[in-house]
Design a protein around this ligand. Structure first.
Ligand code: TXA
Ligand code: MG
Length: 325
């Protein structure tokens, strides 16, 4: 594995790897992606292998030009154009009926494909130079924490990727919001970096699926995005029960806790959701690196980006609840 600064020369080198069917981890505004040629089954297969990801979990294709959307999927309503005009490039993924050019392994056999246009110069340059849509999940091992820096990628995937392009810390810090268009309705499949309220100004009310027939989005897996350290909600578990452990507190904006935590991290002193989302995964990675044995997270209000933050925290907590039972 080579960890390279994301300058023009190295981006071209990385594009050559993509063209040759290899794996490149690259920065986007949300999190780092683990990229491969999205129109090659063999290349996309390497992503599943490297992430230890089950093959029923489909990948997102990343494009750099809105016009490329029509090459890979069918656009059957004006609303879709309105949405991409307003929000692309940006942290929003659309699930749309796929065209034949998209390999089945990318969509896990679904007739739909997830597509997004990242708002990041390095990602855009890489996609253009690779001359193909890039399939990229978050560059973490399946169910582990998503990476927001090149170092986080190296920690989990190190030798499994050919090149990691270092483009600094991801600005948004949580994965894209995913929506789908079905029978004239718009569904929210995963809350993420673009607040649902902003999308609703264009689409009207977003619907949420309660009973999924198939697992098609991470929101439908029982757990995801979990740090390797057990994590609980502060208002559900008493830290005093764990006095002999190295404890970490992941707080939103508060600082006044009676308990003497070994490490305290405040997502945003001024209580700003945007800043909090940007810090979420990197603080969890820091707790892992500090040898913290148990994390207590404060709940945040589920509006705006608070919804994406709580979604990630709830799934992480869920993993350890299951283990406790
Ligand atoms: O911000 C992001 O979206 C990042 C960066 C790298 O772009 N990518 C990302 O990918 O989070 P990933 O694979 O970790 O999460 C994408 C999720 C998958 O878990 C999958 O369930 C859902 O998108 N997805 C992909 N294709 C789908 C489809 N056809 N229908 C429904 N859900 C789909
Ligand atoms: Mg992921």
């Amino acid at each position: 594995m080579e960890l390279l600064t994301a300058d023009s020369k190295n981006i071209l080198k990385a594009a050559q790897i993509i063209k040759n069917g290899g794996l490149v981890a690259f920065p986007t505004e949300t999190v780092y992606g683990l990229g491969a040629d999205g129109l090659s089954s063999a290349a996309a297969a390497k992503i599943f292998e490297a992430k230890k990801r089950p093959s029923f979990n489909p990948l997102i294709l990343h494009i750099a030009d809105k016009e490329d959307l029509e090459k890979i999927c069918i656009i059957n309503s004006e609303l879709i154009y309105k949405v991409i005009d307003k929000f692309w490039p940006g942290p929003l993924t659309l699930v749309l009926p796929k065209k034949n050019i998209v390999p089945d392994i990318v969509t896990a056999g679904n007739t739909t494909v997830a597509v997004r246009m990242p708002d990041h110069k390095v990602a855009a340059e890489l996609i253009i130079a690779s001359e193909t849509p890039i399939a990229a999940p978050s560059a973490n091992v399946f169910t582990k924490l998503s990476p927001t820096t090149a170092k986080h990628v190296a920690k989990q995937l190190g030798e499994k990727v050919d090149i990691i392009l270092d483009g600094g810390k991801s600005r948004v810090g949580v994965e894209s919001t995913i929506i789908s268009f079905e029978n004239g309705e718009v569904y929210l499949l995963r809350p993420g970096g673009l607040p649902a309220e902003d999308i609703e100004k264009v689409t009207g009310k977003l619907l949420v699926k309660t009973k999924a027939k198939k697992i098609t989005a991470p929101g439908m897996l029982p757990f995801h995005y979990a740090p390797s350290v057990p994590i609980y909600f502060l208002d559900e578990t008493n830290p005093n029960e764990f006095e002999n452990k190295k404890t970490g507190a992941l707080l939103f904006s508060k600082t006044d806790f009676k308990f003497n935590f070994s490490s305290i991290k405040i997502l945003s002193e001024k209580g700003d959701f945007i800043e909090a989302a940007a810090n979420l995964f990197s603080f969890l990675h820091e707790f892992e690196n500090e040898g913290i044995e148990i994390i207590f997270a404060e709940k945040v209000e589920e509006r705006g980006l608070g919804k994406a933050i709580m979604d990630r925290l709830k799934k992480a907590v869920k993993k350890y609840e299951l283990n406790r039972e």
